[in-house]
Design a binder for this molecule. Structure first.
Ligand code: ADP
Length: 252
């Protein structure tokens, strides 16, 4: 296994109540990759993310994170996760932006989990990076959809993860805010060398930002560069040339 392998899935299969959701997924995500994960509704994208995170156990095959099987993996501080549905997240809860961002540091602490003054620089730097200084003392209930998404991204980033996993983070954003959000991620990937996997429905946009496309429909339909996707006869016959070139985004 290459040393810079971030995720290595080998013949990964997953079933819910006997129904096969993921079938024979074998792939490697390498340090520095920025992957757009795309596929129809119900094609297993979230399930795949949840198996990577060790939240679901494969019914067959295996997944390793940074070279270790997820069941034996302990480096969760290296991973930032922005889930699709924020379980237990109540936007009416009277918490301020800065507090919400700081929660992202608690996962890196041993018991008793408390923040102290040594956490302030990381907190300030992340708040500046996402340009949310002006709203850091606002209540989260007062934020727009775009602002809230930046705050949640800040929470996922404050522990300086090496690997960032985002599940449909842009659904609530208007096109302009979405572009800014994608550009922030691109900058983190290119200048911060953060490995990124993003589940997205922005199929006509993701090729502008990501370096690789993973198209899933229970199994891997395509995994590789947008250039290879663009020139693949198999993909032309699978999607039709119009949709193929809408996705590849390598033409003006
Ligand atoms: P996607 O993220 O691509 O929309 P999901 O991974 O969420 O797809 O879901 C894949 C399939 O698994 C869907 O058919 C969905 O109905 C089913 N599924 C998801 N969660 C559960 C669950 N907890 N129990 C049973 N089936 C589920």
């Amino acid at each position: 296994m290459p040393v810079d392998s971030v995720v290595a899935a080998r013949n990964l299969c997953f079933k819910y109540d006997g129904a096969e959701i993921l079938h024979g997924i074998t792939l490697t995500i390498t340090a520095g990759d920025y992957i757009g994960l795309v596929g129809p509704n119900g094609s297993g994208k979230t399930t795949f993310i949840r198996t990577i995170l060790g939240l679901l156990q494969p019914t067959h095959g295996s997944v390793a994170l940074f070279g270790r099987n997820t069941s034996a993996f302990t480096g969760w501080g290296k991973i930032g996760y922005l889930p699709q549905k924020l379980i237990g997240f109540n936007p009416e809860f009277p918490a301020r932006v800065r507090e919400i961002v700081s929660l992202g540091l608690l996962g890196t602490k041993r018991f008793p989990r408390r923040l102290d003054s040594s956490d302030v620089p990381a907190l300030d730097a992340t708040i500046a990076l996402l340009d949310i200084q002006d709203i850091q003392n606002k209540l989260i209930g007062e934020l727009s959809g775009g602002q809230l998404q930046r705050v949640l991204l800040a929470r996922a980033l404050v522990s300086r993860p090496e690997f960032l996993i985002l599940d449909e983070p842009t659904t609530a954003l208007d096109p302009e805010t979405r572009d800014t959000f994608f550009n922030t991620l691109k900058d983190l990937n290119q200048n911060g060398r953060v490995t990124i996997i993003i589940v997205t429905h922005d199929i006509a946009d993701i090729g502008k930002y990501a370096s690789k496309l993973l198209y899933l429909d229970k199994k891997i339909i395509f995994y590789g560069s947008f250039e290879d996707f663009c020139s693949s006869p198999d993909m032309a016959s699978y999607f039709g040339e119009f949709a193929q070139h809408l996705i590849c985004h390598r033409h003006t």
